[in-house]
Design a protein around this ligand. Structure first.
Ligand code: ATP
Length: 132
């Protein structure tokens, strides 16, 4: 299948095509969502802290899981926002508000979990570093 699929509405025909469209979704989210960029900056900082303190393999596993969980939640939230905008455009709709707010709450809960895991993992290293 030719890659001339600018206005494609049928299914992807190759793995490469699916992969390319998924990457486009990532690029769109990066371009449109400031919060996605903020999460990436925080994730980079957390990874640097992990290297700095030499955290254990299990700690790395937890950090990577919660980082990806937050990014997945943010991607999900972005998709829901596009879908609602597609359905109601700029028209105010109380149900659209509920859907968007609940979708944002998914990100909030994931970020809260990530913060708890971060504190549990890094607190002993920080206390040790400060000789407390
Ligand atoms: N069509 C609509 N009808 C009713 N309320 C809306 C509508 N569009 C947006 N809102 C309200 O505005 C809020 C922000 O809108 P939206 O989620 O599109 O912006 P955002 O800045 O990308 O949000 P986030 O910070 O979650 O990424 C929503 O959580 C919702 O409360």
């Amino acid at each position: 299948m030719a890659l001339n699929d600018k206005k494609q509405t049928d299914k992807n025909h190759t793995f490469f095509q699916s992969f390319r469209h998924a990457l486009e979704g990532l690029r769109t989210t990066l371009a449109d969502e400031k919060n996605f960029k903020r999460h990436l900056v925080i994730a980079t900082f957390v990874l640097l802290l992990g290297f700095l303190f030499g955290v254990s393999k299990l700690d790395w596993l937890w950090l990577i899981v919660v980082i990806f969980l937050v990014l997945i939640a943010e991607l999900w939230n972005t998709a829901v926002e596009y879908l609602i905008d597609l359905l109601v455009a700029k028209h105010y709709d109380p149900l659209a508000k509920k859907v968007k707010d609940v979708s944002a709450a998914i990100v909030l809960v994931a970020a809260f979990l990530a913060a708890i895991v971060g504190v549990i993992i890094f607190m002993p290293y920080i206390l040790n570093f400060l000789n407390l």
